[in-house]
Design a protein around this ligand. Structure first.
Ligand SMILES: *Cc1c(COP(=O)(O)O)cnc(C)c1O
Length: 373
């Protein structure tokens, strides 16, 4: 038997619910309706109920969800969007896709999410362009500091668009992520906490006019079929993926609980190391999309684990403002010291619901061995 421990394992997520997923796929194939049918309808209903929002609109992927949310908020050329540099490139790419200018702020070094003080500093700079929106990212499954961010948004009259691609089910102060801002974007990429077996995304909002705009923009600006009232494109959640996601949504809470249990084990077995372990306050329900540790000897530990056949990943190795496509081009108004330091020091350990406790122990033994060397 292989002792290899993968960093993530989407196939295990399929096999875990194979019979139900296969039934859902066959039902969809036999229905003869493959675009925006009963499966997408039912999944949108189920997901909006889960988040506690009135509207959920299935779209092609998480990047499209962000782009459509921005467009619905009328963010475009000449507008400023405040977000973090420590995120998936999608967050910043979507901002540029609508023609807006991203303004990148620093993160809190304990939660790895947007630092409201850095945001406040950026908002007080005089910049060319009209401040329009803030995109907090609930990175690794830990909610951003929404109370402080919403307070700043209100004072500056800005939309808040939550990037929930890593936070399905994460809760802050008894409110689920996705229900804090004006509108939120989810991804169902195969490694996310709620995942399709392919691409998928969702926009959620309580605001009927924002929901209306997203529905129209996702399909050529149609309100009535074949009549484009706005110039739009095409971004639809696939009917087959919706059928799969309906099955998987019923297991999301149990799988998030499992992730928390695995995280608790990591935290216990790694307590005696000098690692900085993920933070989680009493008012937070972390969903551990990633269990990310931080240490100065990151690269050495990573190769040690690789030798032991343990997979790790770096989320993310290069801050957006230092990536070739963005370097020297983005408006940088505040220093980003935490973003730049932690990109050199972070490491995401194996984390997926089907991971065994023996596997967590094996990873921790290898890490403890590294520190005793
Ligand atoms: C995965 C991810 C996205 C993009 O989702 P896709 O479905 O891959 O387009 C956006 N933001 C964050 C933080 C992500 O992790």
């Amino acid at each position: 038997m292989s002792t290899h421990v993968p960093q993530t394992d989407p196939k295990a997520g399929y096999l875990d619910h194979q019979a139900e997923i296969d039934t859902a796929i066959h039902r969809t194939l036999e229905s003869g309706w493959y675009i925006l049918g009963a499966e997408v309808d039912a999944f949108e209903q189920a997901f909006s109920t889960y988040i506690g929002c009135r509207h959920a609109i299935g779209v092609g992927n998480g990047t499209d969800a962000l782009e459509l949310a921005l467009r619905a908020c009328d963010v475009g050329v000449g507008d400023l969007v405040f977000t973090v540099s420590h995120t998936a490139v999608a967050t910043v790419a979507a901002t540029e896709l609508v023609g807006a200018t991203p303004v990148l702020v620093d993160i809190d070094p304990l939660t790895y999410t947007m630092d409201p003080n850095s945001l406040e500093a950026a908002l007080s700079c005089s910049l060319e362009g009209a401040p329009k929106a803030i995109i907090p990212v609930h990175l690794y499954g830990h909610p951003a500091n929404m109370t402080a961010i919403l307070d700043l948004a209100r004072r500056h009259n800005l939309y808040v668009i939550e990037d929930c691609a890593q936070s399905h089910g994460a809760v802050l102060d008894d409110r689920i992520t996705g229900a804090w801002g004006d509108i939120a974007a989810f991804s169902f990429y195969p490694t996310k906490n709620l995942s399709a077996l392919g691409d998928g995304g969702m926009v959620v909002t309580d605001d009927p006019s924002l929901a209306d705009s997203v529905r129209s923009l996702q399909q050529y600006g149609w309100r009535e079929r074949y009549v484009s009232e706005l110039p739009g494109g095409n971004s639809r959640l696939d009917e087959l993926q919706a059928a799969i996601l309906r099955v998987k949504l019923t297991y999301l809470e149990a799988e998030n609980t499992r992730r928390r249990k695995l995280a608790q084990m990591y935290t216990m077995y790694l307590a005696d190391t000098s690692l900085i372990l993920p933070a989680s306050g009493p008012n937070v329900t972390h969903v551990y999309h990633q269990y990310t540790i931080c240490l100065p000897q990151r690269d050495a530990l990573r190769s040690h684990l690789k030798q032991a056949e343990i997979g790790t990943l770096i989320h993310y190795p290069i801050p957006i403002h230092l990536q070739p496509a963005y370097q020297d081009r983005l408006t940088q108004v505040v220093p980003l010291p935490h973003t730049e330091r932690i990109s050199q020091q972070i490491l995401s350990l194996p984390m997926f619901p089907q991971m065994t406790e023996a596997q967590v122990q094996r990873v921790c033994q290898a890490i403890n061995h590294f520190f005793r060397q």
